[in-house]
Write a protein that binds this ligand. Structure first.
Ligand code: GRF
Length: 199
Protein backbone atom coordinates (compact mmCIF):
# COMPACT_ATOMS: atom_id res chain seq x y z
CA UNK A 1 0.00 0.00 0.00
CA UNK A 2 1.08 3.53 -0.67
CA UNK A 3 0.89 6.31 1.84
CA UNK A 4 1.43 10.07 1.80
CA UNK A 5 2.54 11.74 5.01
CA UNK A 6 1.43 15.34 5.66
CA UNK A 7 3.57 17.41 8.05
CA UNK A 8 4.02 21.09 8.87
CA UNK A 9 6.87 21.07 11.34
CA UNK A 10 9.74 18.98 12.60
CA UNK A 11 8.56 15.74 11.05
CA UNK A 12 9.85 13.40 13.74
CA UNK A 13 6.80 11.18 13.31
CA UNK A 14 7.30 11.20 9.56
CA UNK A 15 10.86 10.02 10.12
CA UNK A 16 9.77 7.30 12.56
CA UNK A 17 7.34 5.99 9.95
CA UNK A 18 10.02 6.12 7.25
CA UNK A 19 12.50 4.22 9.43
CA UNK A 20 9.85 1.56 10.13
CA UNK A 21 9.35 1.19 6.38
CA UNK A 22 13.10 0.90 5.80
CA UNK A 23 13.50 -1.70 8.54
CA UNK A 24 10.61 -3.76 7.18
CA UNK A 25 8.40 -3.52 10.28
CA UNK A 26 5.93 -1.40 8.33
CA UNK A 27 5.03 -2.94 5.02
CA UNK A 28 4.16 0.16 2.98
CA UNK A 29 5.65 2.69 0.64
CA UNK A 30 5.87 6.38 1.48
CA UNK A 31 5.14 7.87 -1.92
CA UNK A 32 5.24 11.49 -0.84
CA UNK A 33 5.73 13.96 1.96
CA UNK A 34 3.29 16.86 1.68
CA UNK A 35 4.43 19.94 3.57
CA UNK A 36 2.51 23.23 3.72
CA UNK A 37 5.39 25.13 5.34
CA UNK A 38 8.37 25.90 3.14
CA UNK A 39 11.49 25.62 5.30
CA UNK A 40 10.01 23.10 7.75
CA UNK A 41 12.52 20.53 9.00
CA UNK A 42 10.24 17.75 7.73
CA UNK A 43 11.35 18.72 4.21
CA UNK A 44 15.03 18.30 5.13
CA UNK A 45 14.21 14.92 6.59
CA UNK A 46 12.49 13.89 3.34
CA UNK A 47 15.61 14.82 1.44
CA UNK A 48 17.84 12.87 3.83
CA UNK A 49 15.51 9.88 3.61
CA UNK A 50 15.24 10.04 -0.17
CA UNK A 51 11.48 10.52 -0.10
CA UNK A 52 9.87 12.87 -2.65
CA UNK A 53 8.38 16.00 -1.12
CA UNK A 54 5.63 18.29 -2.29
CA UNK A 55 6.19 21.64 -0.61
CA UNK A 56 3.06 23.62 -1.22
CA UNK A 57 2.02 26.89 0.34
CA UNK A 58 -1.73 27.53 0.66
CA UNK A 59 -1.02 31.23 0.26
CA UNK A 60 -0.14 30.63 -3.38
CA UNK A 61 -3.67 29.43 -4.12
CA UNK A 62 -6.89 31.42 -4.39
CA UNK A 63 -8.81 29.01 -2.16
CA UNK A 64 -8.46 25.96 0.05
CA UNK A 65 -10.25 24.02 -2.64
CA UNK A 66 -7.66 24.96 -5.26
CA UNK A 67 -4.82 24.19 -2.84
CA UNK A 68 -6.22 20.76 -2.01
CA UNK A 69 -7.06 20.02 -5.66
CA UNK A 70 -3.37 20.45 -6.47
CA UNK A 71 -2.40 18.04 -3.70
CA UNK A 72 -5.12 15.60 -4.74
CA UNK A 73 -3.82 15.49 -8.28
CA UNK A 74 -0.37 14.47 -7.02
CA UNK A 75 -1.83 11.83 -4.73
CA UNK A 76 -3.96 10.42 -7.53
CA UNK A 77 -1.03 10.31 -9.93
CA UNK A 78 0.97 8.37 -7.35
CA UNK A 79 -1.92 6.00 -6.50
CA UNK A 80 -1.76 6.89 -2.83
CA UNK A 81 -4.05 4.71 -0.70
CA UNK A 82 -3.85 6.37 2.70
CA UNK A 83 -3.15 9.91 3.94
CA UNK A 84 -1.21 10.00 7.21
CA UNK A 85 -1.29 13.31 9.05
CA UNK A 86 1.73 13.80 11.31
CA UNK A 87 1.81 17.29 12.74
CA UNK A 88 -0.07 18.82 9.81
CA UNK A 89 -1.40 22.03 11.31
CA UNK A 90 -4.37 22.53 9.05
CA UNK A 91 -7.92 21.22 8.80
CA UNK A 92 -8.54 18.88 5.88
CA UNK A 93 -11.21 20.32 3.59
CA UNK A 94 -14.01 18.71 1.57
CA UNK A 95 -11.84 18.18 -1.54
CA UNK A 96 -9.48 15.73 0.16
CA UNK A 97 -12.10 14.36 2.56
CA UNK A 98 -14.36 13.31 -0.28
CA UNK A 99 -11.59 11.75 -2.34
CA UNK A 100 -10.07 9.92 0.64
CA UNK A 101 -13.15 9.14 2.70
CA UNK A 102 -12.19 6.91 5.63
CA UNK A 103 -8.61 6.89 4.38
CA UNK A 104 -7.10 9.78 6.33
CA UNK A 105 -5.62 9.25 9.79
CA UNK A 106 -4.11 11.64 12.33
CA UNK A 107 -2.07 11.44 15.51
CA UNK A 108 -2.85 13.83 18.35
CA UNK A 109 -0.94 14.32 21.62
CA UNK A 110 -3.82 13.88 24.09
CA UNK A 111 -6.44 11.33 25.02
CA UNK A 112 -9.21 12.54 22.73
CA UNK A 113 -11.87 13.83 23.12
CA UNK A 114 -9.90 15.73 25.77
CA UNK A 115 -7.76 18.66 24.60
CA UNK A 116 -8.34 18.84 20.86
CA UNK A 117 -6.71 21.52 18.75
CA UNK A 118 -3.48 23.36 19.28
CA UNK A 119 -1.07 22.83 22.18
CA UNK A 120 -2.74 19.73 23.61
CA UNK A 121 0.23 19.16 25.90
CA UNK A 122 0.04 22.69 27.35
CA UNK A 123 -3.73 22.29 27.71
CA UNK A 124 -3.28 19.05 29.67
CA UNK A 125 -0.69 20.62 31.99
CA UNK A 126 -2.85 23.69 32.56
CA UNK A 127 -5.83 21.48 33.40
CA UNK A 128 -3.74 19.57 35.95
CA UNK A 129 -4.82 16.11 34.77
CA UNK A 130 -3.07 13.02 36.13
CA UNK A 131 -2.88 11.35 32.80
CA UNK A 132 -2.88 12.34 29.19
CA UNK A 133 -1.63 10.49 26.14
CA UNK A 134 -1.72 9.95 22.43
CA UNK A 135 -4.65 9.22 20.12
CA UNK A 136 -4.66 7.99 16.55
CA UNK A 137 -7.98 8.58 14.81
CA UNK A 138 -9.69 8.79 11.45
CA UNK A 139 -10.07 12.31 10.16
CA UNK A 140 -13.42 13.94 9.54
CA UNK A 141 -14.34 17.58 8.95
CA UNK A 142 -13.90 18.51 12.62
CA UNK A 143 -10.84 19.40 14.64
CA UNK A 144 -9.48 16.12 16.04
CA UNK A 145 -12.97 14.62 16.14
CA UNK A 146 -13.04 11.49 13.94
CA UNK A 147 -13.47 7.88 15.14
CA UNK A 148 -10.67 6.73 17.43
CA UNK A 149 -8.41 3.91 16.23
CA UNK A 150 -5.89 3.63 19.05
CA UNK A 151 -4.80 5.39 22.17
CA UNK A 152 -1.98 5.25 24.69
CA UNK A 153 -1.95 6.92 28.06
CA UNK A 154 0.90 8.71 29.77
CA UNK A 155 1.09 9.58 33.44
CA UNK A 156 1.69 13.22 34.29
CA UNK A 157 4.25 13.12 37.11
CA UNK A 158 4.64 15.71 39.83
CA UNK A 159 6.95 18.43 38.58
CA UNK A 160 6.33 17.50 34.96
CA UNK A 161 7.32 20.24 32.54
CA UNK A 162 6.11 20.82 29.03
CA UNK A 163 9.47 19.59 27.75
CA UNK A 164 9.49 16.38 29.81
CA UNK A 165 5.88 15.57 28.95
CA UNK A 166 6.41 16.29 25.28
CA UNK A 167 9.43 14.01 25.26
CA UNK A 168 7.46 11.12 26.78
CA UNK A 169 4.57 11.65 24.40
CA UNK A 170 6.78 11.82 21.33
CA UNK A 171 8.63 8.66 22.33
CA UNK A 172 5.31 6.84 22.42
CA UNK A 173 4.15 8.38 19.16
CA UNK A 174 7.25 7.20 17.33
CA UNK A 175 6.65 3.56 18.16
CA UNK A 176 2.86 3.70 18.16
CA UNK A 177 2.22 5.33 14.78
CA UNK A 178 4.18 2.82 12.67
CA UNK A 179 2.67 -0.12 14.60
CA UNK A 180 -0.88 1.13 14.18
CA UNK A 181 -0.30 1.88 10.49
CA UNK A 182 0.98 -1.65 9.97
CA UNK A 183 -2.22 -2.98 11.59
CA UNK A 184 -4.39 -0.67 9.53
CA UNK A 185 -2.70 -1.43 6.22
CA UNK A 186 -1.84 -5.08 6.65
CA UNK A 187 -3.74 -6.33 9.70
CA UNK A 188 -6.36 -9.02 9.48
CA UNK A 189 -9.07 -7.18 11.33
CA UNK A 190 -10.81 -4.17 9.94
CA UNK A 191 -10.78 -2.45 13.32
CA UNK A 192 -7.54 -2.01 15.19
CA UNK A 193 -7.55 -2.59 18.92
CA UNK A 194 -4.52 -0.86 20.29
CA UNK A 195 -4.34 0.44 23.77
CA UNK A 196 -1.32 0.99 25.87
CA UNK A 197 -0.41 2.53 29.16
CA UNK A 198 2.98 4.05 29.85
CA UNK A 199 4.25 5.21 33.22
C1 GRF B 1 3.06 15.39 17.29
O1 GRF B 1 3.16 15.52 18.68
C2 GRF B 1 1.66 15.06 16.89
O2 GRF B 1 0.94 14.36 17.86
C3 GRF B 1 1.03 16.40 16.68
O3 GRF B 1 2.05 17.20 16.17
C4 GRF B 1 3.31 16.71 16.60
C5 GRF B 1 4.18 16.57 15.38
O4 GRF B 1 5.52 16.36 15.71
N1 GRF B 1 -0.13 16.30 15.83
P1 GRF B 1 6.56 15.98 14.56
O5 GRF B 1 6.47 17.07 13.51
O6 GRF B 1 6.18 14.65 14.03
O7 GRF B 1 7.89 15.99 15.23
Amino acid sequence: KKIAVFASGSGSNFQAIAVAVQSGSLNAEISLLVCDKPGAFAVDRAEMLGIPALVISPKSYPSKEAYEAEILQKLTNLDVDLIVLAGYMRLIGPTLLKAYEGEIVNIHPSLLPAFPGKDAIGQALAAGVEKTGVTIHYVDEGMDTGPIIASASVKVEAGETRESLQKKIQRIEHSMYPEVLEELLNGEEEAVQWEKSVH
